[in-house]
Design a protein around this ligand. Structure first.
Ligand code: HEC
Ligand code: HEC
Ligand code: HEC
Ligand code: HEC
Length: 151
């Protein structure tokens, strides 16, 4: 009897350890892995005026050879201290200023945290620079190139 009981306890303990290990693994994966293609539709905006944007995350890294740190950052004393392998927060976790009209008229400190400007400066900013050197680039710079026309 005594032997059976401690054996059962051992099994339950081992099972709990396994569950815990699995949960830690799953949490890690969610924070440090991205889908190959991300449909960007930020929750900060409860109503969207434009269609969500299909972003080819994997292609930007592997084919277009863009560094993670061109898009991901965590500033400490004015320096980007984020490095590959660190967990990634959504842009809107920090850029939580929601204005989508007249956002360029906001005070500079608010502009820095504006979400629309964060996406457009990052995505459109890079694509426009590319277009200067290579006018036939496939990187979209027109509204419908990123936001397909709504049906
Ligand atoms: C060209 C820009 C760009 C590059 C390069 C890039 N990312 Fe991303 N990444 C994004 C954007 C945009 C998102 C979606 C953020 C959001 O929805 O707010 C994202 C999402 C992620 C997520 C998922 C976060 C989540 O909430 O699910 C991870 C993890 C990630 N990236 C890691 C990386 C790593 C590692 C690299 C380099 C190997 C990299 N990224 C390169 C722009 C980029
Ligand atoms: C951990 C918080 C945080 C996250 C997450 C974050 N940002 Fe930022 N970002 C900042 C801060 C703070 C600044 C202002 C830095 C300064 O004072 O110049 C900034 C500045 C910027 C700038 C303007 C300056 C520059 O480096 O060109 C752009 C564009 C930008 N972020 C885009 C993004 C995008 C796109 C994402 C998601 C892929 C993102 N940010 C995620 C905090 C964050
Ligand atoms: C630092 C530069 C850079 C940044 C930042 C960047 N891109 Fe790109 N993007 C590229 C390059 C390079 C290409 C490929 C151009 C070509 O093939 O001629 C590209 C291509 C694309 C394409 C066409 C499909 C493909 O992958 O070939 C889409 C859509 C796109 N980008 C969306 C985005 C979005 C949305 C963001 C912001 C979340 C973004 N890009 C940020 C450099 C960038
Ligand atoms: C290179 C890609 C790219 C281009 C080009 C682009 N945008 Fe965006 N834009 C984005 C991304 C990414 C977001 C964030 C999408 C989201 O969360 O819904 C965004 C968000 C927005 C938003 C706020 C969210 C909403 O649905 O109301 C507006 C408004 C907007 N864009 C308008 C425009 C207009 C107008 C143009 C043309 C002048 C344009 N964009 C060109 C990538 C782009």
């Amino acid at each position: 009897m005594k032997f059976k009981k401690s054996f059962a306890c051992g099994c339950i303990a081992a099972f709990l350890v396994l569950v815990a290990a699995f949960m830690v693994g799953a949490a890690d994966q969610a924070a440090t892995k991205a889908a190959d293609v991300i449909t960007i539709k930020a929750g900060l905006w409860t109503s969207h005026t434009k269609a969500p944007v299909e972003f080819t995350h994997k292609k930007h890294v592997e084919e277009h050879k863009i560094a993670c740190t061109d898009c991901h950052h965590k500033f400490e004393n004015g320096k980007n201290v984020w490095k590959e392998g660190d967990p990634v927060q959504k842009c809107e976790a920090c850029h939580n200023e929601p204005t989508i009209q007249g956002e360029k008229k906001l005070p500079p400190e608010q502009q820095k945290l504006n979400l629309k400007l964060a996406f457009h400066e990052n995505c459109v900013g890079c694509h426009q620079k590319l277009k200067k050197d290579k006018p036939d680039t496939k990187a979209p710079v027109t509204c419908t190139g990123c936001h397909p026309a709504q049906k």
